[in-house]
Design a protein around this ligand. Structure first.
Ligand code: ADP
Ligand code: MG
Length: 396
């Protein structure tokens, strides 16, 4: 039998030690401080954040750590254990597409904070990054990086970092990703990285930014939420994500609403649209309803009853929104076949990760079946991550 490979979350202090060691070897001396922000999975509410919908993500026990020291010359110098390549440049020169590559996620945050008047022109930074969030797996390593750095900048500038102080940091992180890195994502990832609470999911209303913490305790329900990283990298920047966003905007224009959330009669709206806008809208409207359904079940402590909504979410993403992939479908089908209560792709799709809600006594059978199916179809071998609902960005 094929053994499933689990990625055990490292102690945060160990992750920080690596970031600090990289800092010392690159810049000399000690950092001013060390900050961490988590990756996330979305329990349900996929591809609805940019439609003003509801989403229900939670933070993972995998973090990105930044060790940061202030400079007084407006220069950013950043290194990461992930890439090995450093970037050094003037923050005044940061603009859409510059820098390109990973440094955009760091420089973009500083750029956005300067534009909103929260960061003075002379301030620069030395930054060393180390992460245990799998990169490019749909678990939001990008927002973890942005939010860890945004919190560092705020702390070092003496700005408030309570919940309301975090709102402009969330906005800066979103702008960094959209405008400087050029990845047209919604705001879910940054919100949960900044606002998550241990043992809870974050019910986030993407129309007005309001959020509520919903208790989420898989263990007490005799279950485990298994994250399946398919090891097929998701590819959000290649146009598919933007294409879906454009389809949603077109549907809104045709229906005369600001966001699909504002649609009163879902069936009538879908009937009024032509293909494929009708299918795209049907997914978004159905998915917003499923988020309400799942939040309601969680409020009543009925975790064992979530599976059906997860399965319907996956079918809708696969058939109506067409953002799944052969790797994700394989993982989801194998999970349900081996006894998961429910499973779905999570994140943007086109590769990346899936989640499966699994009773404790079926965890081995489910993970082994997922690996077996992938291998027999010559797909990359998936790996598995624990999904204990964890806390938000913080200083160590
Ligand atoms: P995801 O957020 O799902 O992991 P994205 O494509 O949104 O995937 O973001 C991945 C990108 O974020 C990487 O290609 C890299 O540019 C940047 N990134 C994330 N984590 C790190 C890290 N630890 N070091 C350097 N770059 C990172
Ligand atoms: Mg991302």
């Amino acid at each position: 039998m094929t053994a499933a490979r689990w990625v055990v979350p490292a102690e945060e202090r160990t992750v920080a030690d690596t970031a600090e060691a990289l800092f010392r070897s690159t810049f000399g001396g000690a950092a001013d401080g060390v900050w961490a922000a988590p990756g996330r999975v979305n329990l349900i509410g996929e591809h609805v954040d940019y439609a003003g919908g509801l989403v229900l993500p939670f933070a993972l026990p995998y973090v990105t750590v930044v060790a940061v020291r202030v400079r007084d010359d407006g220069i950013l110098h950043a290194v990461s254990t992930h890439t090995g390549e450093s970037w050094r440049g003037a923050l005044a020169d940061v603009a859409p597409g510059h820098p390109s590559g990973w440094a955009a996620y760091v420089a973009g945050v500083a750029w956005a904070l300067r534009r909103s008047g929260l960061l003075t022109a002379g301030t620069g930074f030395e930054v060393a990054v180390h992460s245990t969030v799998p990169v490019g797996s749909g678990l939001s390593s990008s927002a973890a990086l942005e939010c860890a750095f945004a919190l560092a900048v705020a702390d070092l500038a003496g700005l408030p970092t309570d919940e309301s102080g975090r709102r402009p940091l969330i906005d800066a992180s979103i702008r960094a990703e959209n405008e400087i890195a050029g990845a047209s994502t919604g705001g879910m990832d940054q919100s949960v990285a900044m606002l998550a609470r241990p043992g809870h999911a974050l019910l986030l209303d993407c129309r007005d930014g309001a959020s509520r913490h919903v208790p989420l305790d898989f263990r007490s329900a005799g279950a485990r939420l298994v994250v399946v990283d398919t090891n097929a990298p998701h590819r959000l920047v290649d146009g598919q994500y933007g294409n879906r966003r454009a389809a949603v905007e077109k549907a809104c224009a045709d229906l005369g609403v600001a966001t699909l959330r504002d649609v009163a009669d879902a069936d009538a709206a879908v009937a009024a649209l032509s293909s494929p806008a009708a299918q795209r809208a049907r997914h978004v409207l159905g998915e917003i309803g499923r988020v309400r359904e799942v939040a309601d079940l969680l409020d009543r402590g009925r975790i064992a009853d979530l599976g059906d909504a997860l399965n319907r979410s996956h079918a809708s993403l696969r058939d109506d929104y067409e953002v799944s992939s052969v790797e994700l479908d394989s993982a989801v089908d194998a999970a349900v076949e081996a006894g998961a209560w429910g499973a779905r792709m999570t994140g943007g799709g086109f590769g990346g990760s899936a989640i499966a809600l699994v009773p404790l006594d079926r965890v081995d059978a489910v993970t082994e079946n997922i690996v077996r199916r992938a291998e027999s179809a010559s797909l990359p071998t998936p790996q598995f991550l624990s999904a204990e609902p964890s806390g938000s960005a913080h200083r160590l």
